[in-house]
Design a protein around this ligand. Structure first.
Ligand SMILES: *Cc1c(COP(=O)(O)O)cnc(C)c1O
Length: 366
């Protein structure tokens, strides 16, 4: 049995007519760059996140960058984040001219360890970016408390956590700003590139709207130097269609995770992901830990079961960040995770047979 890592096609087939209708409306309205379909999606997504504002942008990397710019992050500033994330989290900090300062993560949730924050704060620290890795939120209460005590602001990187919750609060709604990616493979994925920032702060929302559109207050009147980071109309229309299904898709992911848990829990040499007491995990990625993950990835591949690694090299050990001078051993938990993680196939359309087959092949390999 073939078990693909991702299957965007089967989901598309299930909503084909709705998508065709939505795309036709964009064509009929020639609303291609920004425009009414982006605005409609922004309103729906803000409401979904229990936030007052959502600003649609070109992708998740833009979302992080525009959020940092809105808070005036610049050369000489430091922003605390984690090394076990997709590089965009750190890139956005660097592109603003600021320096990412990594801290280690917790071994049970793979998320930012709040106990490590205070030691990393310097007079240059301006912000903290927790990443809600794999679809589970970081422990936000202590993070917000420390931020408040040190007058720092918090940007949630919620690119993997659409519909996730922390003590009943939606991802993106706890920090000053919440950033989302709608890259096609994300839990809420566009049919192209897109992203958004959510916030309850009307001033920040207005600033981000200017930045993403060349600093314009109205057409050809530029009050600040900005950029083109707009969302395109087709993506807004597609995302509005898909947002209506997100709850059902999230429940399907959670159900799939429970089945993996049942089949792989209590297996020697396998650590299954832990859902924290505070969390609603949305399983963007279902990542297990095992000692020979490289070998297992290859052996499963040979059996037509496709897995992945998120992420094989933590950011402090990437060539791009070697100037930070953080060698091997700097963040032991993140490093162990990088060595042992193995992401199993996970999407709403995954069948019970596929999960059972994958789990039994894994057990045979141990
Ligand atoms: C996907 C992702 C991003 C970047 O989003 P793009 O839309 O690909 O630019 C940023 N942070 C995290 C944690 C991500 O998973």
């Amino acid at each position: 049995m073939k078990v693909p890592f991702l299957d965007l096609k089967s989901q598309y087939v299930s909503i084909k007519e709705e998508i065709a209708d939505a795309l036709q409306q964009v064509l009929d309205n020639t609303a291609f760059a920004g425009g009414k379909f982006v605005e409609e999606f922004e309103n729906e997504f803000a409401a979904f996140c229990n936030c007052d504002h959502a600003i649609g942008v070109g992708n998740g990397t833009d979302a992080l960058w525009v959020a940092l710019l809105a808070k005036d992050i610049k050369h000489g500033d430091e922003v605390i984040t984690v090394p076990n994330t997709f590089i965009a989290t750190a890139e956005a900090i660097s592109i603003c001219g600021a320096t990412p300062v990594f801290i280690d993560v917790k071994e049970d949730t793979y998320n930012m360890d709040p106990d490590k924050i205070e030691a990393a704060i310097t007079p240059k620290t301006k912000a903290i970016i927790p990443v809600h890795l794999y679809g589970q939120m970081a422990d936000m209460d202590p993070i917000m408390e420390i931020a408040k005590a040190h007058n720092l602001f918090v940007i949630e990187d919620a690119s993997q956590a659409h519909a996730a919750q922390y003590k009943g609060k939606k991802a993106g709604s706890i920090g000053d700003l919440g950033c989302f990616s709608f890259y096609p493979g994300k839990n809420l994925g566009a049919y192209g590139e897109a992203g958004a920032v959510v916030t309850n702060d009307a001033n920040l929302a207005a600033r981000m709207k200017m930045f993403r559109d060349h600093g314009q207050i109205k057409k050809y009147y530029h009050s600040i130097v900005g950029w083109n980071a707009r969302m395109d109309g087709f993506q807004g229309a597609v995302l509005s269609v898909k947002l209506k299904h997100l709850e059902a898709w999230t429940e399907a992911r959670r159900k799939n995770a429970r089945l993996y848990d049942k089949l792989l829990g209590n297996t020697a040499d396998i650590v299954i992901p832990k859902e924290a007491d505070y969390a609603r995990h949305v399983y963007h990625v279902y990542s297990i830990r095992t000692k020979n993950s490289d070998q297992m990835l290859q052996q499963l591949h040979d059996k037509d079961i496709y897995c992945a690694m998120h992420y094989p090299v933590p950011l402090h050990l990437q060539d791009a960040y070697k100037d930070l001078g953080k060698g091997k051993g700097s963040f032991p938990v993140a490093e162990i995770c990088a060595e042992q993680q193995l992401s199993l196939p996970m999407y709403p359309e995954l069948t019970e047979e596929m999960i059972t087959h994958t789990a039994s092949e894994i057990k045979k390999l141990l």
